[in-house]
Each structure stands twice: as C-alpha cells, then as structure tokens.
Write a protein that binds this ligand. Structure first.
Ligand code: ADP
Ligand code: MG
Length: 699
C-alpha cells in the first residue's frame, strides 16, 4: 500500500496539529494522499493581465496590474469595510475588504505595483472586486510565465487558518517535491500502454501544475478513466462471480395463481410493454441463473402490477415472495392494494414494518418459516437477520434508489440458494448512471403508459396569481376531483418550512370552506399520518396539504391536481416524482408549479423543462447535467461503490463507456482476475472498497 495514505497530514512541513484539524473537519483531509487527491476545481490563466478599461462585471476572475491610490474605511458594525481605489492608468476599480482590515492596511504601500486577482462586480455604478488576492508584482513576476494556476476549494474557516487556495498549492508542491518517487502506479502497465495513458505520477503532477492545457486534458483523461474503469470493473466482477457461483431457482410452472388472476381478476388488458417485461423475467427465472433485473418505468406505468404477477409465478412454483418498499407508508399501501387483489385467490399476504408489534412479529416469523405466509410486504425490516423465510424464491425491491448495493447483497445471503431479485424504480435513471449504479443488473423498461391516460398538463405560475388558481381549483373540485398541495420541507425539523406548511393548511381551509382539507407531514405519528391519508384516499377530503412524504408511490387515481408550492426549491427529479402522483386516472390532470416572481436562472430552467416535457428520462438527463450525479436524489445512499473525485457521470459519458469496455475486456480474458498482470487491479479494488467504508464511518 502507498505510504502516502498512512502518513498523517499533520506531519507535512507547514501544516502542524492546528491546521491538520481544520483540514480534517473542513475537507475530511487526513493523509498525504488525501491532499494529493484534492484536485483543483478549476484553473485560471494568470499569465494574462487585463487592463481596467476592458473589464466588465460579467467577467470571471481576472488579473490586473497597478497601484493603490487611496484607502478608506467606511460603514459601521457589520457593514464596516475598507476600500482602496486602484488604477492602472486605463481606468479605476475599487477593491473592497470586509474582514482582516488591519492586516490589509498594514501590508499595502503607496507607489508599489501590485497584481490584483479576483471577480469583478458592479457596485454603485462602478466596478469593484471584493476580497481580491493581492501580490507585489516584482516578487511574483516569474510566476506570470507559469500560465494555468490551480484553484482549490477552500472554506472561510480554512482561509482564516491560513489555508487559502494558494497555501494549499504550496503544500501540494512541497509534498510533490519530496514524495513523487513514492506514488505507486494504480493501473497495470499493459493497460497504460494499450490506451496510451499518462503514468499516475505524471498525471497527478500535471493536474496540480499543468504546463499546458493539452497536458492537463491528458492528465484529467487518465484520472477520470481510471475512476470509471474501477467502478465498472468492480460491478462487472461481482456480476461474473455471481453468475459463476450462484444457481437460481428454476421456475417452470405457470400455474393456477397466475392464470386465475390473469383471466378472472385483471380488469384491464396489459400493455405491450408490461407483457414484454414479464416475458423477459420469466425467461430469467426459468433459465437456472439467478435473476438480477432492474425494472424501469415512469410513475404510473404499471410496475407494481408487473411485480405482483411475477410474484404469482414464484408462488405457483411453491416459493415465497417478498416486496420491500422504502417507506412505511408505501409498504402499507402496497400491502392494501396487493392483499385486496389476491384475496379472491386465497393467498396469504402479511405486512412487516418497523412498527409491527412484537407479538404480531413473532407470529409472522413463525408463519414465514413454516411457509404459510406466501407474500411478505414490508420495509427495511425485511432484511433484518431475524427474518427467516422457509422457501424464499423472489425478492422485489421497489424504488431501489434508496437501497444500496450492500443491502441487496444481504438479501442474497439470506438463503443458501439466493432468491431471484427484481429491482423497480420509477426514478428514470440516465443510461450512464444506470450503467454505474446498477451495472450488475439486467435492465427491463416499461416505455408505455396504460391506454386512456391523458398527459399531465404542467404550468408555471407566480404566487401573485393565487385568486385565479383558486377559481380553477373550485372548478375541479366541483367536478369531483381532488387536489394535492405540496410544500417543500427539506428538513422536517426546520421551523420556517413547517410554518409555511401549517399556514398553507389554514389558508386552504379558509379559501375552501366547503371542502375537507387534511394535512400530512413527516413529524406526525405513523397512525395519524395514515388516518389523514386514508381520509383523502377514500375521497372524504378533497384537498391534501402535505410535504414530500407523499412523493413516493401514493396512489389516489381521483386526484387530478398537484400544486407544488415554492417549486424552485425542488430538484427536477423530485418535481417529476411529485407530478407523478396525479394523472393516474382517466381524467385530465394538472401540475401547477408555484414560484416567486424573482427566480434564479437555474430555477427558471427547471420550470421550463417541467412545463415542456413529461418524459422522465429526458428530465433525468437534464437533471444530471445541471446538478451533477452526486446530488441526484438517492444516488448518495444507493450510491456509487466509490466516491467520484474527478469524473462526472453526466459529462464524461464517453470515458465511462470506454472504462466499461476496458473492464469487460479484462474480465473476458481473466474472469476472476487471477492472472499475475491483474493482481494490481485486485489490490486496487480492495483499497477502494476500504476507503469507502472508512469514509462512511467518519461522516
Ligand atoms: P407504478 O408502480 O409503475 O407507478 P402502478 O402499478 O401503481 O404503477 O399502476 C398505476 C395504476 O395503473 C394502478 O392503478 C394500476 O392498477 C393501473 N394499471 C396498471 N397497469 C394497467 C394497464 N395495463 N391498464 C390500465 N391500468 C393499469
Ligand atoms: Mg409504484
């Protein structure tokens, strides 16, 4: 193992215990290696000097050269600041400091030529630069030839502990000088050669100190490819191992349960897409291999029904099946729907969640072992080790993005011969992300909605149009429809958000005196929450004011209007999920995105995308491009097997594909990675897995 990973950053010259503590807390930086892999987030061209006459406020960071004319301190208290008039002969800008005034004043001298670096903005009609970097020109002349300067992420706390971007650069530099010979290569020589990649040593040096943009691109390519390659290698190797070592239960019977259900109890025809994915799964389950399949389909495309039918196949082959949902509410809802659907068939269905009472739980445990429970529905409680099935043949996981790869693996370990696994998700996942997070699964897609559904009409409205909106709602309610009003409650404990929600509730009660309004939020006890949901689902209440607790899976086909308050505070995927709560019946449905008039550019874009398209995949792609996959809901938890430091799943799709191709080829020639030349790969995979675990423990 690299010694760099074990050397504490504290011992790096220039760091010491105090700064080490700050680095640990602010950046989770602990070792020399962590510093080496703290990559610049961008580079600025410091060889270029602008003249003040060409500066405008829409420019990014710029460099100026000139002199300080005068210093002033203005304002009191929090707005106290110091300003300097700065000129280069072509014009004048104002430099501004709010902090460290004494220090700045002490270090500035009249008549000295300075290099000023910062982001220009407009204030009081003139250009100013807040908290610029300032250096004496004479002492830094040499550096001007260096060209690209790395910029490192820092925080306020780091800056006040003398750990600015520039300070970090110095630390990396000194580390590099001393230890560059000790950075071991992380890719086998034959791969480096085949793909003409930079050596790691060189790539790391280049990414911190690029000599040219071409070199920088080469270094970034090597590091991104490595990252994505290892993710693919990890996933594909798992898949290989599984298919080599695990035999699947063979389901050959299409028996009474499925046939009876299909002929007598299904009130509508399956869509072609539903038929196709069921066929795909039957093939898997009859093949002798273990099924590991991802079922993707937009909200309302009929996945749950497919899952039920596949479970019936398991039952017909004398196996038990279970369905795992991400939340208690959803588990209960699945239980209610499925129990009702299979009651005529005499199938024994049970519900197990965190709030199942002890006595009942014991009964369930016994009935599971004996096999008398045929379908078990529940939450995470299902994967606890105490839950033992007599003869589990199929596991369905709904809304997979909240379960991790590890949790899936636990299910496999439950039985000597692991069950078939079907993972369902309504969050459309861009192809690259699917390849990465679910690269070990086969994929089925339901790309068709049941017939008769009218596409949801989406509108973007400003808060001040409330009266018009209310008239529309009155109309819809008079037609017998129901309405959701959703408030953002990012953190259930936040007072401010909660106030908005309860005010919204009171407002709706006043504005709709003839209607019954219910409120649902995450702070309620499960029983209260269910009661309120029930009142709405039964049609007794016309309006539900809620937080995002209703985001996943709630099914009230008669609800046809979804109002999303402060829609700018939601991400695209979440908006799409919320919208999917309506449009489940035959009626025309509406989604209304309420925002304030003043909107950030990004927020406006999100609203535009929502209004323009109902296509979940398009939205997911856009979401990933705009936000980066790290922020995509759920990916954090379900997660990538390793943290991505440099690659971007949205922007580096080609490199990802290449990484996958290389991994496939490596495994084709050496499926279990036994060859000598691949031992480095094995070691590296182990190291990455360990790093991920450590990371989880710290945070
Ligand atoms: P999903 O789980 O994909 O969001 P569901 O399985 O909950 O979708 O289905 C949504 C609604 O559509 C349910 O009320 C279901 O009964 C109904 N449904 C499912 N398949 C069909 C179909 N082929 N034709 C008509 N309605 C269907
Ligand atoms: Mg569903």
């Amino acid at each position: 193992m690299s010694e760099l990973a074990t050397l504490n950053i504290m011992y790096l010259p220039g760091v010491g215990p105090k700064k080490a503590e700050v680095l640990k807390q602010e950046l989770r930086m602990v070792s020399y290696e962590d510093l080496l892999y703290h990559f610049p987030y961008r580079y600025v061209d410091r060889s270029r000097i602008y003249s003040i006459s060409e500066v405008s406020a829409d420019m990014q960071h710029i460099q100026l050269k000139g002199q300080v004319l005068s210093l002033r301190t203005v304002g009191e208290g929090r707005s106290k600041r110091m300003t300097a008039a700065f000129t280069d002969g072509t014009g004048q800008v104002e430099l501004v400091w709010f902090k460290g005034l004494k220090f700045v004043r002490g270090s500035l001298a009249a008549g000295v030529t300075y290099l000023v670096f910062g982001k220009p903005s407009v204030f009081n009609g003139g250009i100013n630069i807040v908290h610029p970097e300032l250096e004496r020109f004479e002492e830094n002349k040499a550096r001007l030839q260096a060209g690209l300067q790395p910029q490192y992420n820092t925080t306020e706390r780091m800056k006040s502990s003398f750990l600015s971007s520039k300070a970090l650069q110095k630390l990396v530099f000194s580390l590099f000088q001393t230890y560059k010979g000790m950075i071991p290569e992380t890719l086998p020589a034959y791969l480096l050669q085949q793909h003409r990649l930079m050596y790691l040593n060189e790539a790391l040096r280049t990414i911190h100190f690029p000599a040219s943009t071409q070199d920088l691109e080469k270094a970034r390519f090597r590091l991104k490819l490595e990252e994505l390659f290892y993710i693919q290698l990890n996933i594909l190797r798992l898949k290989n191992q599984r298919s080599k070592t695990i035999r699947g239960h063979v389901f050959t019977q299409v028996g009474a349960y499925l046939n009876t259900f299909y002929k007598n109890h299904l009130t509508f025809e399956l869509t072609e897409a539903q038929k196709r994915v069921i066929r795909e799964m039957r093939q898997d389950m009859g093949s002798g291999r273990q099924m590991n399949r991802l079922l993707q389909g937009d909200v309302g495309s009929g996945k749950t029904l497919v899952a039920l039918m596949v479970m019936l196949i398991a039952l017909d082959n004398k196996f038990q099946a279970c369905l795992m949902a991400p939340t208690e509410i959803l588990a209960q809802q699945h239980y209610a729907t499925i129990a009702a659907q299979v009651a005529p068939l005499g199938i024994n269905v049970a519900l197990l969640t965190g709030s199942t009472r002890k006595k009942q739980r014991e009964e369930i445990d016994a009935a599971l072992r004996s096999g008398s429970i045929q379908i078990l529905i529940g939450t995470h409680a299902l994967i606890e080790d105490t839950v033992v099935f007599g003869h589990l043949g199929l596991v369905v996981i709904d809304e997979q993005h909240r379960f991790g790869v590890e949790q899936r693996a636990r299910l496999w370990r439950k039985n000597q011969q692991p069950p078939h696994v079907l993972v369902m998700t309504a969050t459309p996942i861009p192809r690259t992300l699917a390849m990465t997070v679910y690269g070990d699964l086969e994929v089925s897609v339901i790309d068709e909605l049941p017939p008769g559904r009218k596409p949801i009409q989406t509108q973007h409205q400003y808060h001040n149009r409330r009266n018009e909106l209310n008239r529309f709602l009155h109309q819809e309610i008079a037609r017998g429809r129901q309405v959701y009003v959703v408030y953002p409650l990012i953190d259930e404990s936040e007072k401010m958000d909660f106030k908005n929600l309860s005010e919204g509730y009171e407002y709706m009660q006043k504005a709709f005196p003839d209607c019954k309004v219910v409120m649902v939020h995450g702070r309620m006890k499960p029983a209260e929450k269910d009661a309120a949901m029930q009142v709405f689902a039964s049609g007794e209440a016309q309006i539900m004011v809620a937080t995002t607790v209703i985001e996943v899976g709630v099914n009230v086909p008669n609800a046809s209007v979804m109002i999303i308050e402060s829609a700018e505070r939601f991400g695209l995927s979440q908006l799409h999920q919320l919208r999917g709560r309506v449009g489940r019946g035959a009626e025309q449905s509406y989604c209304i995105l309420m925002t304030s008039y003043k909107l950030a550019e990004e927020s406006r874009k999100r609203m535009e995308i929502m209004v323009r398209t109902n296509d979940g995949f398009e939205i997911a792609e856009a979401d990933m491009k705009m936000r980066g996959p790290g922020d995509l809901e759920g990916t954090q938890q379900s997660g990538l097997p390793f943290e991505l430091k440099i690659a971007h799943l949205g922007r580096d799709q080609q490199i990802l594909q290449l990484g996958r191709d290389i991994a496939l080829k490596v495994l084709e020639q050496d499926p279990l990675l036994e060859q000598e030349q691949n031992q480095l790969l094995v070691r590296q995979l182990k190291k990455l897995a360990r790093a991920k675990i450590n990371w989880a423990m710290i945070s």
